[in-house]
Design a protein around this ligand. Structure first.
Ligand code: C5P
Length: 233
């Protein structure tokens, strides 16, 4: 029995991975498949929500009843998310957004021998920072409590802290309401059908652990937490 606890709620979800073009045939990208965001969209519709899914380079069938907006780059994603944020009750940023993009785009394909003086030289690619979309929509919301903003974090843990320590710090830094954390590694999470996550809530020590389970089951667990947060507000 699927609860109808998102009935009438407008939900905006970003998913997939942005690609930052270098020239007409090459880009800098990442391994995000978009599966988690698609599963969140499908399960939110099942629970009664009206869902807009902003999909960055997602090569998957789209669920019935979801409004899909396709984007390529981080800046396109930013435009589509920020222009829609105010008219939604919940925004979930699942997309893997490239932190950097090439400083310059070459209008024609960069040739292997690009320097006539040195036929064996390799080009240097200079990168510039992309906007942090999640931090931007949190800042624009200001003191308001709507929409409820959910971030995702893929963490590996490192010498400075465990996955959960790093996630707590990220939740504080980003200022979103909920942070869904998954552990990533070479063969964890990206492109796989099963996942495990921890859901952290700003201002609370409680952590909800979900999985290992299908991305659909984990999505329902995330919506349980979101629906509770919406009711509390
Ligand atoms: O800091 P980090 O990239 O780990 O944060 C991940 C979260 O921030 C995700 O929700 C992702 O969608 C979002 N993000 C963003 N803009 C960026 C980088 C990440 O909105 N440039």
């Amino acid at each position: 029995q699927v609860p109808a606890d998102l009935a009438g709620r407008r939900v905006l979800i970003s998913t997939g991975g942005t690609r930052e073009p270098l020239d007409p045939v090459r880009y800098l990208g990442n391994r995000s498949s978009g599966k988690q965001g698609v599963a969140l969209a499908e399960t939110a519709v099942a629970r009664g929500a009206h869902v807009t899914l902003v999909a960055a380079n997602v090569d998957l069938p789209m669920p019935e009843g979801v409004d899909v907006v396709r984007v390529g780059t981080a800046r396109e994603l930013q435009q589509e998310i920020t222009s829609r944020t105010a008219e939604h009750d919940v925004v979930v940023m699942v997309a893997a957004v490239a932190d950097f993009r090439p400083a310059e785009y070459a209008d024609s394909k960069i040739k292997k021998t690009h320097d006539p003086g040195d036929p064996d030289a390799a080009p240097t690619i200079t990168l510039v920072r992309n906007p942090d979309i999640l931090a931007g929509i949190v800042a624009d919301r200001g003191a308001a409590t709507t929409p409820l903003i959910v971030g995702f974090a893929a963490e590996t843990g490192d010498a400075t802290g465990s996955v959960l320590d790093l996630a707590r710090a990220k939740l504080a830094r980003k200022g979103c309401d909920l942070l869904v954390v998954n552990e990533v590694g070479v063969d964890k999470t990206f492109g796989l059908d099963e996942t495990s996550v921890h859901v952290l809530t700003r201002g609370s020590e409680a952590v909800t652990d979900l999985g290992p389970a299908s991305k659909s089951e984990v999505s329902h667990g995330i919506w349980d937490v979101v629906a509770r947060s919406l009711t509390v507000d």
